[in-house]
Design a protein around this ligand. Structure first.
Ligand code: AGP
Length: 717
């Protein structure tokens, strides 16, 4: 999905070449999110000029484009602000003209990079076209840049020389939809605006001197400050004006409508940002890295501040100011500067060919990390710090609703039964988009659990807001620390899987699964009747990292299967029942998304209700035949397949006599995996499928980490 990066140096001399390299490197670290084009904007050679470089395709193509344009890399800047973007097309094809930065006019007076979607861009565009602005792209973003210019000019004509953040407030009043955006302008040299609504943004701070305080004050207009005037009006909408003002606007000229802005909006609390005050009052050299993703900041600094929705950050003169349009009751007056735990090495590929491969192989460690410090194996206790205080409330819930998308949804399905068994609370599992489409009834005594690797998935985030509005308690099960879902939920668990870069989610799945099982165990730790079951599961969890390590040894066999029997197949069926149904769905999703082979996860009990018609000697079938209480039923389903000349590959437990016997008379193969507790077996069984999807894709020459049409973090609906 789209990525934003910005770099501001203040009293830290940098050559243009260094600035370009920093911006391009920042984009490279966002590559894993998926994108189709890139661009940067930096200061030009003249005082008020801007250089914009854009290119479709990979960041490497942008690098070539910049080299071709041959800017003077040696010019130095004591202070400078540059912005950069990776775009994933939503409005307009991936063409150069649609790449960001988008500009206000041919003189590039305002340039904008934007993640998200401006839903009222058509109305804005019509309005601006009527005012004489010429659009050059198909993007929704271009109207933001043009709106900046229009509001800047109109206010200036009326004697109001607006500060950059004040101008931005006027722009934001007109925008509907979601955004994470950066704006730079030749009218505000060495300044940048960063603001967000529904799209993540964080700001890294790097300075030689220690910051005076580890927070930044939030600045609000004074209580009695009036609303700024808006010199813009659409056909039917008030665009931030009350209905009366809108009517006045229709009747009169623009200028007649302008209030004396200096008398109200300028009545702000301006202060020097406390964190950036130097001992002696002299200016302090500092660098700021603005990004939609910590992965591009961590190389430079670990000191970061996460912006909240509707925060408007203004960086200038080596200071970071955070403004909000009004003071909200109970809202925090500061934004804390936190320390990122993420190491750069964690997000690099190491000896592996792909991030996905690395992440599959990291699972013995990542699953261990999910449990580390949280399970006392000697006393069979689970302690989840982020949930502990909330457990009594959760236990009283009328029902648990688990809400997620894609792989995260599958981790919910995989653990639903153990939640119900251990907690005796009814559990429903919802795909976030469907949950919203149905406007599912949610009540104050519901507990809603949101599972997300990125913590930024738009559908999940919207469902979270929906549940918050209805007064439900919300719990986040999230990988990305500081992400929107982890911040907005009442409580939760970080799965601690480490950064997941490959688009196909692998280690996040196994860690989500474990985090959810630990959650279910915590819920039941007051139940005497569940003691034996809890002990069995806790002791089973202890062995999981080692067992995953063992399954990874199957790779050579799986690789061979992918290069022989499964090669050039058009379709693949995965059969599972009970705990293994989620594994079948997740395995099929992995295969689809990276190898582009059609695959279908089927509930084994449903075979005879339709799917059996597909079965013949040609259709490849993989069946989960590991031991649990449903084993006899699974065996019977597989017999239905072999009776129709199907020759399945069975994922079964080591030395299982039943499959050993059957393989003597029936055409089937086995992939043997260690046995664990029934509710944990899915953690082991999914590993061969992850490897299979990986090798099917590699054999086809597919760029595994960047499959077509997909993005790592899906931040649009
Ligand atoms: C997984 O392989 C997918 N790429 C996708 O289904 C993903 O799990 C889904 O988009 C949800 O993402 P999240 O966990 O970041 O919310």
């Amino acid at each position: 999905m789209c990525g934003i990066f910005g770099y501001c140096n203040y009293l830290v001399e940098r050559s243009r070449g260094e600035i370009i390299d920093t911006l391009v490197d920042g984009l490279q670290r966002l590559e894993y999110r998926g994108y189709d084009s890139t661009g940067i904007a930096i200061d030009g050679d003249e005082a008020d000029s801007t250089f914009i470089y854009k290119q479709i395709g990979k960041v490497s193509a942008l690098k070539e484009e910049i080299t071709k344009q041959n800017p003077n890399r040696d010019v130095t800047f004591v202070s400078h602000c540059g912005i950069a973007h990776t775009r994933w097309a939503t409005h307009g094809q991936p063409e150069q003209v649609n790449c960001h930065p988008q500009r206000s006019d041919p003189e590039d007076q305002f340039v904008v990079v934007h993640n998200g979607i401006i839903t009222n861009f058509r109305e804005l565009k019509t309005l601006l076209i009527n005012k004489g602005y010429k659009f050059e792209s198909d993007t929704d973003t271009e109207c933001i840049a043009k709106l900046y210019l229009h509001l800047y000019n109109t206010n200036l004509q009326n004697g109001h020389d607006l500060d950059f953040h004040e101008l931005t407030k006027l722009v934001l009043l007109e925008l509907e939809g979601s955004y994470g955006l950066l704006c730079k302008s030749c009218h505000y040299p060495n300044e940048v605006i960063a603001t967000r609504k529904g799209s993540p943004l964080l700001i890294g701070v790097k300075s030689e001197k220690k910051l005076k305080v580890d927070f930044v004050d939030v600045e609000f207009p004074e209580e009695n400050a009036g609303q700024p005037e808006i010199p813009l009006k659409s056909n039917n909408k008030s665009f931030g004006l009350g209905p009366k003002k809108a009517r006045e606007f229709e009747a009169g000229s623009q200028n007649a409508n302008l209030l004396p802005i200096a008398a109200n909006e300028f009545n702000l609390r301006h202060s020097q940002s406390r964190a950036f005050l130097s001992e002696d009052g002299s200016p302090t050299p500092v660098e700021f890295f603005v990004s939609s993703d910590a992965a591009s900041v961590v190389k430079h600094t670990k000191k970061v501040l996460f912006l909240e929705d509707d925060d408007l950050a203004h960086i200038y003169d080596g200071e970071l100011h955070i403004h909000r349009s009004r003071r909200e009751v109970g809202a925090s007056m500061t934004r804390s500067i936190q320390t990122l735990e993420m190491e750069l090495a964690q997000i690099m590929k190491g000896p592996y060919d792909h991030f996905m491969q690395k992440e599959i192989y990291e699972q013995p460690e990542s699953t261990f990390n999910t449990m580390r410090g949280r399970i006392d194996y000697e006393n069979n206790k689970v302690i989840l710090g982020g949930l502990k205080a909330w457990l009594p409330v959760i236990r009283r819930a009328r029902r648990l609703i688990m809400i997620a998308c894609g792989t995260s949804y599958h981790s919910c399905l995989a653990t639903r039964a153990i939640f119900e068994e251990l907690s005796d609370i009814p559990v429903s599992v919802e795909l976030a988009s469907d949950f919203l489409d149905r406007k599912c009834p949610v009540f104050r005594d519901d507990v809603c659990v949101f599972v997300s690797q990125s913590g930024e998935t738009a559908d999940t985030m919207l469902a979270l807001n929906y549940c918050l509005e209805r007064g439900a308690l919300t719990v986040g099960i999230v990988n990305s620390v500081g992400s929107s879902i982890s911040r907005v939920t009442h409580c939760g668990v970080h799965i601690n899987a480490g950064p997941e870069i490959g688009v196909a989610s692998t280690k996040a799945y196994t860690s989500q699964y474990i985090a959810l099982v630990m959650f279910a165990l915590s819920l039941s730790d007051d139940r005497v009747s569940k003691i034996d079951r809890r002990i069995e599961i806790i002791q089973g969890l202890k062995l999981i990292p080692g067992q995953i390590k063992q399954v990874l040894k199957l790779e050579p066999r799986i690789k061979k299967l992918c290069a022989t029997e499964l090669k050039d197949q058009k379709s693949l069926l995965l059969l599972g029942r009970g705990y293994q149904f989620a594994a079948a769905l997740e395995g099929a999703l992995k295969i689809k998304e990276i190898s582009y082979m059609h695959s279908e996860g089927v509930l084994a009990g449903e075979l005879k209700h339709g799917v059996l018609a597909l079965v013949d000697e040609n259709l490849p079938i993989i069946a989960f035949g590991t031991r649990d209480s449903l084993f006899p039923k699974v065996v019977s389903s597989i017999e239905q397949v072999t009776a129709r000349k199907g020759h399945p590959i069975i994922i079964c437990n080591e030395n299982d006599e039943v499959w050993a016997q059957k393989s003597k008379s029936i055409d089937l193969q086995t992939l043997e995996v260690p046995q664990t507790v029934d509710c944990l077996q899915g953690l082991i069984n999914i590993i061969p499928l992850q490897l299979m999807s990986y090798w099917l894709a590699v054999n086809k020459g597919i760029d595994v980490d960047f499959p077509r049409n997909l993005a790592k973090s899906v931040t649009v609906e």
